[in-house]
Design a protein around this ligand. Structure first.
Ligand code: PLP
Length: 413
């Protein structure tokens, strides 16, 4: 059997099929994202013959359900299966018995964006793409810049002027061409699209090509393996462009169709920041699509997306699974970051903190029950966000003050 069981592409809106063997962006009729369709029976048979447990512990273990036709086209920096473990301190504080995190911060370049970059760029190279461009707030750009260096493909990364500094430095280090727009991520997206149209350069913006999503799908495939005894009741994801949520749910639905997952699928929950919550607003108002936010703001820059191209798919997923959408404040994000670090020794990114803060809100409102099994995705490493992190570092003169420490020790008796 071949490396991939990919059949064709299908438009997520009009359902018209398209060939997968040539370069495609969005559906030419409706400008909606294309999705990949696979021969699931072939995948099932191949997994039976060559069990997953015996395979390499990287996302490429699922190669039949990924679009790459030939293993030699892989662009990989070694993408390990990310760990899942319980957060006992925080769980106890908010009143949950089973709270787990899947920590994507250990992936190359420190976020789950590596999954989309590895699979997306591998497939792009296979199809003969010779250069690409993308808009980004940060993490996608640093991931794609790294994989572009690995593949020796020129990359143009377009950033809004308020993008954070750490990922910018990473992109420069990897040798990408970085262009800063005096505007928002929406402006960066429009500029990228115009440039790609004029030059024929491949546009790898979120959901503007079909294969990044397939990389993100591997989060769901891993979750199914890691929760083989029974999937979590609820999966909580900090959401911007939405490929993470769509990908996880698609993975679980494909496994269900293959008979490898039983029972109802987990309720999908998205969390956004108050300053940029177009999907939460659309969900609350019962809309099928979102309205762009004019002046998006949040310190969790991965979620600073004023309008997701796949908004209708995200909203459908929330409704179909019985999930929900929650907004949290910058204050809640900062407080939760500190709490997780101090209760569990776990330094999450602001996006991850937003997701945990959302869990707190849902537990307090009774939407989550004490016995629910909840999985939160920490989408990136906290270490990428120390520049603007709200943590005061003491001046040298304050460091010698041991009174707080002595007080804490004496309280232990
Ligand atoms: C991109 C990003 C997100 C948002 O993910 P989407 O799939 O675009 O919804 C969340 N957290 C981090 C750290 C990110 O980089």
């Amino acid at each position: 059997m071949s490396y991939s069981a990919l059949l064709n592409l299908v438009c997520s809106r009009c359902q018209k099929k398209a060939a997968s063997g040539v370069i495609q962006q969005t559906c030419p009729d409706c400008d909606a994202p294309y999705l990949c369709e696979y021969d699931l029976e072939r995948v099932r048979a191949s997994w039976e013959k060559h069990p997953l447990v015996e395979r390499e512990k990287t996302l490429w273990r699922y190669h039949e359900l990924l679009p790459l036709q030939s293993e030699e086209n892989r662009v990989s920096l070694y993408e390990p299966m990310t760990g899942v473990w319980p957060l006992l301190g925080y769980a106890k504080k908010i009143g949950l018995r089973h709270l787990y995190v899947k920590d994507e911060g250990i992936l190359p370049t420190g976020s789950f964006k590596a999954r989309g970059a590895s699979v997306g760029l591998s497939r792009a190279r296979e199809l003969g793409v010779r250069a690409f461009a993308m808009p980004t707030n940060g993490n996608a750009g640093s991931a794609w810049a790294a994989y572009a260096a690995r593949a020796q493909i020129p990359a143009l990364i377009v950033l809004p002027s308020d993008a954070p500094r750490t990922p910018r430095k990473e992109m420069i280090a990897y040798g990408a061409d970085v262009y800063v727009v005096d505007g928002t991520i929406g402006d960066a997206g429009r500029l990228t699209q115009a440039l790609c149209k004029a030059t024929g350069v491949y546009d790898v913006s979120t959901l503007r090509e079909p294969y990044r999503l397939e990389g993100k799908k591997t989060m769901g495939l891993e979750i199914a393996e890691q929760f083989a005894g029974g999937l979590p009741d609820v999966i909580v994801y900090p959401t911007g462009g939405g490929a993470g949520v769509i990908g996880i749910h698609r993975a679980l639905a494909q496994l269900q169709a293959m008979g490898r997952v039983q029972g109802p699928l987990p309720k999908m929950v998205i969390v956004q920041a108050e300053g940029c919550a177009p999907l939460v607003r659309a969900f609350e108002q019962g809309e099928d699509v979102s309205v762009p936010v004019n002046h998006p703001f949040t310190s969790a820059f991965g979620m600073r997306v004023p309008k997701a191209l796949g908004d209708f798919m995200i909203l459908k997923t929330l409704r179909e699974t019985g999930g929900t959408a929650i907004r949290v404040s910058e204050r809640q994000i900062a407080d939760t970051r500190r709490q997780l670090a101090q209760d569990d020794g776990f330094f999450v990114c602001p996006e991850g903190a937003a997701a945990f803060a959302g869990v707190d809100v849902l537990r307090a409102s009774g939407w989550l029950k004490e016995k629910d099994r909840v999985l939160v995705v920490n989408t990136g490493s906290g270490l990428k966000y120390t520049d603007d992190a709200p943590f005061d570092v003491p001046q040298a003169s304050d460091v010698g003050d041991f009174s707080r420490f002595i007080e804490r020790v004496s309280m232990r008796g």
